[in-house]
Design a binder for this molecule. Structure first.
Ligand code: ATP
Length: 285
C-alpha cells in the first residue's frame, strides 16, 4: 500500500471534521473521494499533506508513519499537492512558478520541466507570462504542473475541475489519466463525481466526516443511491459523456480559451477565499 489513511480524526477547534476516515491508495491507482460540501474531503487531503494535524489515527506513506512529519518533509518523501484555489505565485512567470515546484530538490529539474510542458503545451506557449494573468484553467494546469515538478509518488488533487468551462473540465480529467499512465498515483477530491468516477479506479463516498461507501469507481457509477445523491438523478440521461483522451488535443483547448478566460474571475474569487481560509488556519494552529 502506498498511502494508508487509518481511522483519522481531525478537529477544527471543538468541531470534529473527520470522525474516523480510513482510505487506502495502492501504487498506480487513481482513487477519488466524493461527497457533498463539508463532508471532509479537503480536510482529508490536508491531513495527508500535513496542513492539518490529526487528533487520532495515523497516516502511513511508503512504509512510514508520517502522521507527525512536517509538510515540507512530506513533499520530499513524495507527496505532491495541487491545492484547492491554485496557490499560484501571481507575479512570477509560468516557468518560475514551475521551477518553484522543484526548489526543494537538489538535482537538475530540466527533464521534469520538459515533461510539464509536454503535458501542458499551453504552459510552454506562455512560459514568460505572469502566473497571475493566466486564465482559471491555465492556472489549474500550472498548479498541477508545479506539483509534478517535485516528482511526487502520489499527487493529491483538490477539486481540479472547480470553476472550469466544460471543455476544460474534460481536458483536466484526461490529463489526470495521462499523469497516472506515466506512473504517478493520484488521490483526487472532486465535486464533479461523474467525471471523477469515470477516471478513477476506486472511490470513497464521504458524508459528514465518515466514509459511508467504498467500491470500484465503475460500481459506484451504477449505484442507485450514489446516482441519486451525487450524479444528478437515477436515470443518468443527462449525464456528460466520458472524457475522451484522444479528443482532448490542443485544438479543443484553443477553441475553448475564451470561455476559460471568462471563467478566470470565478477561479480568482475562489482563490481569495482559499487564501483567507489558509490564513485563518495558520492563526488557529
Ligand atoms: N478552517 C476551518 N475552521 C472550522 N471548520 C472548518 C474549517 N475548514 C473546514 N471546516 C469544517 O470541516 C468540515 C469538513 O470540511 P471540508 O472542507 O474538509 O469538506 P469538503 O468535503 O472538502 O467540502 P467542500 O467540497 O465544500 O470543500 C466542514 O464541516 C467544515 O465546515
Amino acid at each position: 500500500m502506498l498511502l494508508e489513511i487509518d481511522d483519522i480524526h481531525v478537529h477544527y477547534g471543538k468541531i470534529a471534521a473527520l470522525k474516523g476516515i480510513s482510505v487506502s491508495v495502492e501504487q498506480g491507482e487513481i482513487v477519488t473521494l466524493i461527497g457533498a460540501n463539508g463532508a471532509g474531503k479537503t480536510t482529508t487531503l490536508k491531513t495527508v499533506s500535513g496542513l492539518r494535524s490529526l487528533s487520532s489515527g495515523a497516516v502511513r506513506f511508503d512504509g512510514r508513519d508520517i502522521s507527525r512529519m512536517p509538510g515540507h518533509k512530506r513533499v520530499l518523501a513524495g507527496i505532491g499537492q495541487a491545492p484547492e484555489g491554485r496557490g499560484i505565485f501571481p507575479g512570477m512567470t509560468v516557468e518560475e512558478n514551475l521551477l518553484m515546484g522543484a526548489y526543494a530538490r537538489k538535482d537538475d529539474s530540466s527533464k521534469e520541466l520538459a515533461e510539464a510542458y509536454e503535458l501542458f503545451p499551453r504552459l510552454a506557449e506562455r512560459r514568460t507570462q505572469a502566473g497571475g494573468t493566466m486564465s482559471g484553467g491555465e492556472q489549474q494546469m500550472l498548479a498541477i504542473g508545479r506539483a509534478l515538478m517535485a516528482k511526487p509518488k502520489v499527487l493529491l488533487l483538490d477539486e481540479p475541475s472547480m470553476g472550469l468551462a466544460p471543455m476544460l473540465v474534460q481536458q483536466i480529467f484526461s490529463i489526470i489519466q495521462e499523469i497516472n499512465r506515466r506512473g504517478t498515483t493520484v488521490l483526487l477530491v472532486e465535486q464533479n463525481a461523474q467525471q471523477a468516477l469515470q477516471v478513477a479506479h476506486r472511490a470513497y463516498v464521504l458524508e459528514t466526516g465518515r466514509v459511508v461507501k467504498s467500491a470500484p469507481a465503475g460500481e459506484l457509477l451504477d449505484d442507485p443511491q450514489v446516482r441519486a445523491a451525487y450524479l444528478g438523478g437515477a436515470s443518468g440521461e443527462n449525464l456528460a459523456p466520458a472524457p475522451d483522451v484522444a479528443s482532448a488535443d490542443s485544438d479543443t483547448a484553443s477553441a475553448d480559451s475564451d470561455t476559460a478566460s471568462a471563467d478566470s474571475d470565478a477561479a480568482s474569487a475562489k482563490s481569495d477565499v482559499a487564501t483567507a481560509e489558509t490564513t485563518e488556519e495558520s492563526e488557529e494552529d
